[in-house]
Design a binder for this molecule. Structure first.
Ligand SMILES: Cc1cc2nc3c(=O)[nH]c(=O)nc-3n(C[C@H](O)[C@H](O)[C@H](O)COP(=O)(O)OP(=O)(O)OC[C@H]3O[C@@H](n4cnc5c(N)ncnc54)[C@H](O)[C@@H]3O)c2cc1C
Length: 419
């Protein structure tokens, strides 16, 4: 009998295992992948994530302090900050580095084994894998997007999600991150070119429907304008939750990371929040294991704690995301144009509110800006409400923010290839 079984060796699972094993608990981590961390991702992490969870310099492809935003009308808005705000890292190397340290602390890794079932008992949990079964006093579910194990435990699944699609490409003269906006490229979301090693970039986009077709068009447009010369890898897609689970704990079980929906709804970035939430989960489990009180009642402290840290970010981010999805191309172009003209971009670039890790204060600043507020009032009543009240607490409980007409196409699940 282990103290803790962690299912999933992504950032969330490895960090939970590292923290628990370092405190002397016996931990078994199970992942269906052989290659830890090899899951679809761009590997962009913000400055605070980098500071709290350091990355070996040889795993950093490049530091990011500027980006070009390309509007639907092809206007380019360049954004440059005086300091590094993010880094593009080798995702596999970074995620594996947590697992290496967890192993050194005593965690045992069982790779290439899929967990098919989780059973809760009064005094333990058991998991059934392809290779047999394992028992522990508690379980951390860090299975990422789309896991059936959440549902099996009665915790449901993501109520809203988007599909991310990406491939490595060869580039010519691309030296900055480029973000493409507009309905023709990625309706309601965005596409990107993120340079990695010299001559290469990750090209991708987020979209609710028709990911493959949209990506093929994006790539062909970039080939036509000369920035991309060649596709250098397989094209892969995977889901990203946009809303957290209502309940992220059960008897003897905590859910962390993408499985819990702890992701920035603005960009779909989830590495940092997975790491933060897994740290909170291990703190709560430590106390619960010591007291031998592992009921849902006791473990509810985890949800209280991660919500007090992340829920404003997730709620403001989701409201902003949904409002952005209402905008048409001419409205986006007008906003990009205004942002370049009225000094907002320069103001933001030098402001402490600009953070790759936390977006709510930047969103509030944009919404509260005098000129942008005026433009927003013209383009969209929902945005106008946010402009008047930068943290739209009243919107959170309203049905207006619930995914209804914008529910993702159910057939998308079939087009996703597990990576
Ligand atoms: C296209 C794309 C680009 C992205 N870019 C970024 C980015 O630049 N920056 C950023 O911060 N985030 C990014 N993300 C999101 C980021 O990848 C995730 O938020 C992050 O990996 C979540 O970590 P996790 O540990 O919760 O889950 P995951 O990293 O998904 O790990 C879950 C693990 O659980 C395993 N697993 C699942 N089910 C089972 C089972 N039944 N049995 C055994 N093992 C199982 C999986 O094999 C996997 O290894 C991106 C996502 C996509 C799709």
């Amino acid at each position: 009998m282990e103290d803790v079984i962690v299912v999933g060796a992504g950032p969330a699972g490895n960090n939970a295992a590292l923290s628990l094993a370092s405190q002397g608990y016996s931990v078994a981590v199970i992942d269906s992948r052989e290659n830890i961390g090899d899951k679809l991702c761009t590997g962009l992490v913000g400055q605070e994530c980098f500071r709290r969870y350091p990355i070996s310099p040889d795993l950093v492809h490049r530091e990011i302090s500027s980006a070009r935003v390309i509007s639907p009308s092809s206007e380019v808005l360049r954004f440059e900050t005086p300091q590094t705000v993010a880094r593009v890292v080798n995702r596999v190397g970074y995620v594996s580095s947590f697992a290496d340290r967890a192993r050194e602390a005593g965690a045992q890794y069982l790779l290439g084994q899929r967990v098919a079932r989780v059973d809760q008992h009064s005094d333990h949990v058991s998991v059934v894998t392809d290779n047999g079964s394992l028992e522990a006093r508690a379980l951390v579910l860090a299975t990422g997007f789309g896991s059936q194990l959440n549902r099996q435990l009665g915790l449901g699944g993501a109520s809203d999600y988007v599909v991310g699609i990406q491939a490595l490409v060869e580039t010519s003269g691309l030296d900055e991150v480029e973000v493409y906006l507009g309905r023709k490229v990625a309706p309601g979301f965005f596409a990107w070119l993120v340079p990695t090693e010299p001559g290469y970039a990750l090209a991708g986009l987020l979209v609710r429907k028709n990911a493959q077709e949209r990506f093929a068009q994006f790539l062909s447009d970039r080939q036509a304008d000369g920035s991309v010369t060649k596709l250098a890898s397989k094209v892969t897609c995977w889901g990203i939750p946009l809303r957290p689970l209502r309940k992220t704990y059960a008897d003897r079980v905590l859910v962390v990371g993408d499985a819990a929906g702890q992701v920035k709804p603005t960009t779909g970035g989830g590495i940092f929040y997975s790491l933060l939430a897994s740290e909170i989960a291990s703190g709560v489990l430590d106390q619960a294991l010591r007291d031998d009180k592992l009921s849902a009642n006791e473990l509810g402290a985890y949800q209280k704690e991660w919500k007090s840290l992340l829920s404003i970010e997730l709620e403001v981010g989701y409201s902003a995301r949904r409002a952005f999805e209402f905008l048409g191309d001419s409205q986006i172009s007008s906003l990009v144009h205004q942002a370049g003209k009225n000094g907002l971009v320069a103001e933001l670039a030098n402001s402490p509110d600009v953070s790759f890790d936390w977006h709510s204060s930047m969103i509030s600043k944009i919404m509260g800006h005098p000129t942008m507020g005026g433009v927003l009032r013209l383009v969209n009543p929902l945005l106008a409400r946010m402009a008047r009240s930068p943290v739209p607490a009243d919107l959170f409980s309203s049905d207006a923010t619930q995914p209804d007409a914008t529910q993702p196409d159910p057939t998308l699940a079939e087009t996703m290839s597990p990576v």
